[in-house]
Structures are given as structure tokens and as C-alpha cells.
Design a protein around this ligand. Structure first.
Ligand code: FPP
Length: 261
């Protein structure tokens, strides 16, 4: 049997990741190293959030996704959970005008029904206010879990199939359109700070072809210089999406030729 090669659409790879997704880990340990309460690490972590948003805008990153609160984080001590909720609300109240002025679109993904009404309302207002901004799309994952996301997409598809009376129409493309982040391309670069090397139920579907970067640096110490290290590491990767190295060389030659026309 002769196999013919077929064309699969793969993302265009450039030196700047279009989409960066981050697990901001190490806030508690950062604080404990300084004999401070764990929540002091979260408060300091917010400074790093601001720094990294600015750094992404400067570099032309189009999508930044931050894992702020996982579905499993409810298991933390009650005081820490309430501190984080107050911090989120306070941040939404204080920072939205600034994000809007800087052309940043805010999205929040996750099961928000678990959050108090005030926070849900603030999220709705912030998303509406910034909806047409195009400089950077900042997604905050809150009460988010990758398995939750896949399940909620599966439920929607199942309902469509029941309504249509057929399962013929399920494929990767239309499945992905039901995921919470259907508006964004899949992450090019995934960063986890704080020394652990796992995904922790983050964007399980979307990280299939993402480049991973792990650093021991705690999130409150993660800054512009540390982001550069991650991007330099990313630039050294060969993103093959299942192809061979020589196919990639031919493809980049074709792109170069068409650009020089
Ligand atoms: C993980 O560190 C961090 C969190 C669960 C919370 C992240 C929150 C922020 C960075 C603050 C503000 C963010 C927004 C978007 C308003 P950890 O507590 O698990 O640290 P550890 O592993 O050292 O205990």
C-alpha cells in the first residue's frame, strides 16, 4: 500500500510565543522563607502578575493565561481561601480601568458559580468593558480544572448530538470549540514556577503540543528577566507537530521563498 502525505494545518511558529500559559506556583514558600504568613506571598504574587502582563505586552505576546485558583484549591485552609477571594475582588475593582486603558481584554474561565455574587458581577462587568480590546487577551483561570473543561464541552456536544439524532459530527475541531478557551489559540509556551514539574489539571486538552518550561523561581520572584529565560529556552525548541526535522527545514525554505517574492 502507498501512503500519500496529507496536509495538516499546524500553527505558524515565530520567536515570540503567541500564547503563554503560566502556573504561578511558590507564593506560600516564598512567604515562609521570609517568616511571613502564606498570604503575604499571594499579595506579593500580584506584583509579579502586573510585571508579567506588562512584559508580555512589550514583547507582542497576544494571549497570557494565568492559573489563579484551581478546582482543587478549595481544599486549602479557610483563611487562605477567603484571603484569595478578597484579593481577586479587590484586584477586579482596582485594576480594570488600568487594564482597559492599556488595551487589555480580560477573560475569566472556570466554574464561576461557586464564587460569591459580587465577584461574579465584577467579572461580568470587567469582561464586557474590555471585550473589544486587542493588545493582549489576559485570561484568568479561576475555579478551573482541565477535566472540568473537557467534561463541560462533552456535555454540550452530547446535547447537540441528542438534538440532531447523530454522533457523526464529533471531531477535534468542533470539540475544541466548546472548551472554555475556544477564543484563544493553544498555548505555545507553558511555564510553571516554584520547582514542581506537573500540569496540575491545567489546560489538559490545549497543552498537547505546547513547549514546557519549569523553573525553581518562586512566583513572587518571577520577573522580566525570568520571562526572557523562558522565551530564550522556547526559541531553542524545534516544534515539529509530528513532522520530521527535514520537513520543517523545507517548509521554512518555502515560507522564506514566498516572503521574498
Ligand atoms: C500557588 O502558590 C498560587 C496560588 C494558588 C494563587 C495565585 C494567586 C496570585 C498570584 C495572586 C493574585 C492573582 C490574581 C490573578 C488576582 P502556592 O500557594 O501553592 O505556593 P506554595 O506551593 O509555595 O505553597
Amino acid at each position: 500500500m502507498t501512503y500519500t502525505s496529507f496536509t495538516v494545518r499546524t500553527p505558524i511558529v515565530t520567536g515570540v510565543p503567541r500564547h503563554i500559559a503560566i502556573i504561578m506556583d511558590g507564593n506560600g514558600r516564598w512567604a515562609q522563607c521570609r517568616q511571613l504568613p502564606r498570604v503575604a506571598g499571594h499579595a506579593k504574587g500580584l506584583d509579579s502578575v502586573r510585571t508579567i502582563i506588562e512584559a508580555c505586552v512589550t514583547r507582542g505576546v497576544e494571549f497570557l493565561t494565568l492559573f489563579a485558583f484551581s478546582s482543587e484549591n478549595w481544599r486549602r485552609p479557610v483563611d487562605e481561601v477567603s484571603f484569595l477571594m478578597r484579593l481577586f475582588i479587590h484586584t477586579l475593582e482596582r485594576e480594570i480601568a488600568n487594564l482597559h486603558t492599556n488595551g487589555i481584554q480580560l477573560r475569566v474561565v472556570g466554574d464561576l458559580s461557586m464564587f460569591e455574587a459580587r465577584m461574579q458581577e465584577l467579572v461580568r462587568l470587567a469582561e464586557a468593558k474590555t471585550a473589544t480590546n486587542t493588545c493582549l487577551t489576559l485570561t484568568i483561570a479561576a475555579n478551573y480544572g482541565g477535566r472540568w473543561d473537557i467534561l463541560q464541552a462533552a456535555r454540550k456536544i452530547a446535547k447537540q448530538c441528542v438534538d440532531a439524532g447523530t454522533i457523526q459530527n464529533i471531531n477535534e475541531l468542533n470539540f475544541a470549540q466548546h472548551l472554555a478557551m475556544a477564543y484563544a489559540p493553544e498555548p505555545d509556551l507553558f511555564i510553571r514556577t516554584g520547582g514542581e514539574q506537573r500540569i496540575s489539571n491545567f489546560l489538559l486538552w490545549q497543552l498537547a503540543y505546547t513547549e514546557f518550561y519549569f523553573t525553581d523561581v518562586f512566583w513572587p520572584d518571577f520577573n522580566d528577566v525570568e520571562l526572557n529565560k523562558a522565551i530564550i529556552s522556547y526559541r531553542g525548541r524545534e516544534r515539529r507537530f509530528g513532522r520530521t526535522s527535514s520537513q520543517l527545514t523545507q517548509q521554512s525554505q518555502t515560507v522564506d521563498d514566498s516572503l521574498s517574492c
